[in-house]
Design a binder for this molecule. Structure first.
Ligand SMILES: Cc1ncc(COP(=O)(O)O)c(C=O)c1O
Length: 421
């Protein structure tokens, strides 16, 4: 019989196998200094494009003041216990009411973490007779929620209406046999490629099929729609979303999350979300901080305007220089290049050390082999100077990629890893 750990000693997993070459640099890098458009990486100044601080709130003086004062007032323990037992407060309720109004829903429920909240919400919405239909590119928390499901599930091709309809037909046939219902799950904005979920077209399918629609709008909340209510508002279909989810970890630059829906649905969920019933409530400093941030989302439209001004300048500048941004329809800015994993490593090293540009790098197995995805998140705190430096740096690295410089520089790594360049 094998020791349980044998597999761990012999196989570190698709990312773990790169640990020696990548850790501390490409994976688990340490960005230092105050969160802003420019931070320090390995002691050098870099323009930061990898922080989801869309509205520039993370280090905003008003936000920092409220966070600090709330820390002094409450400490980090308050309230002790899960919401249901001893962790419920007036401020949690106030935050829920304000969030519900902001996203144009009857009610909301605050979650201590987005990831677990998402998993639990999926778990609570379905039983074994129900069928889940979801996008193949769904975020890990959606996939984990679906993994808990005891009944049938179907994935559809990413954002593909024909595939969505085909899978709704399949799901309908199953649900008619089991006597269950259908839950369709999409993201409002897909965080890697930046495409919006096809919420409007999916909601139009409610005319033909009987399903409920759950949207994870982590990247849309605060960045899309006239008032910042997200991808549903942007597409004019917020009413058609049956359960809306967003995290505080992006536009709100904090920790925590919420779901919003009709009152009766929220009343049910608050009694059935296992990750909230059996885990500590969101701490008070974060609740007060979220109230402050939400107030800024409501009253300072200039933050979203600045975010979009920077997004448009960055995306248009890249497009004018002939870069492939795929099909982004949001602030998420992916740049697709062609190259091997070792070349990608040499390229990012050059970008960080010689050009002072820090962005995330995504390679196989997250995207197909042979593609390099450099992913940038513009924020309201970036400047035109940051954008100009970045555009020049991108032109320079593309030239070096095309003339084989990174291939030569990465030959050693490639040999060590048995990877093709
Ligand atoms: C689409 C999506 N859903 C859910 C989450 C999880 O949220 P949290 O970081 O609040 O746990 C994330 C990541 O932050 C995300 O990108």
């Amino acid at each position: 019989m094998k020791d349980l750990f044998d597999k761990i000693y012999s196989d570190k997993g698709p990312l773990g196998k790169w640990a020696n070459q990548a850790e501390g640099y490409f994976i688990f890098p340490k960005l230092e200094g105050p969160i802003s458009n420019r931070m320090k990486f390995k002691g050098k100044d870099v323009v930061t494009w990898s922080i989801n601080d869309y509205l520039g709130l993370a280090n905003h003086p008003e936000v920092r003041k409220v966070d600090a004062e709330a820390g002094v007032k409450w400490g980090s323990a308050y309230p002790m216990g899960a919401r249901m037992m001893s962790g419920h407060t007036e401020l949690h309720e106030q935050l829920q009411n304000e969030l519900a109004a902001f996203v144009q829903k009857e009610a909301a429920y605050v979650l201590n973490f987005g990831y677990q909240g998402m998993v639990s919400t999926i778990d609570a919405l379905v039983n074994k007779d129900d069928v889940i239909v979801y996008d193949v590119d769904a975020h890990a928390c959606i996939i984990d929620g679906v993994r808990l499901h005891m009944g049938q599930r179907f994935t559809y091709k990413h954002n593909d209406m024909e595939s969505i309809e085909k899978n709704l037909q399949r799901a309908t046939r199953v649900a008619e046999k089991t006597g269950g219902g259908i839950l369709l799950i999409s993201e409002g904005v897909f965080g890697m490629r930046g495409e919006q979920g096809r919420l409007k077209e999916i909601i139009a399918l409610k005319e033909k099929y009987n399903f409920r629609f759950f949207v994870d709008d982590a990247h849309g909340f605060g960045t899309l729609g006239k008032t910042g209510a997200g991808a549903g508002e942007e597409q004019g279909v917020q009413d058609g979303i049956d359960v809306y989810f967003a995290t505080f970890a992006k536009a709100m630059a904090s920790t925590g999350a919420f779901i919003a829906a009709d009152q009766e649905i929220i009343d049910y969920l608050k009694y059935n979300l296992r990750s909230q019933m059996f885990a500590k409530s969101l701490q008070m400093q974060l609740v007060e901080g979220a109230l402050k941030r939400l107030d800024m989302l409501r009253t300072m439209p200039e933050l979203k305007e600045k975010l979009w001004e920077n997004t448009n300048a960055l995306q248009n500048g890249l497009k004018e220089r002939g870069f492939d941004l795929g099909t982004t329809q949001s602030c998420v800015t992916p740049v697709y290049l062609k190259g091997s994993i070792p070349e990608a490593m040499a390229l990012v090293k050059d970008l960080r050390e010689n050009h002072g540009i820090f962005c995330s790098i995504v390679v196989y197995p997250v995207i197909p082999r042979g593609l390099i995805l450099l992913r940038m998140i513009p924020t309201a705190s970036h400047t035109q100077e940051d954008i100009d430096e970045t555009l020049n740096a991108f032109s320079a690295i593309r030239e070096r990629l095309e003339n084989g410089t990174y291939k030569r520089l990465s030959a050693g790594i490639a040999e060590e890893m048995g990877e093709e360049v």
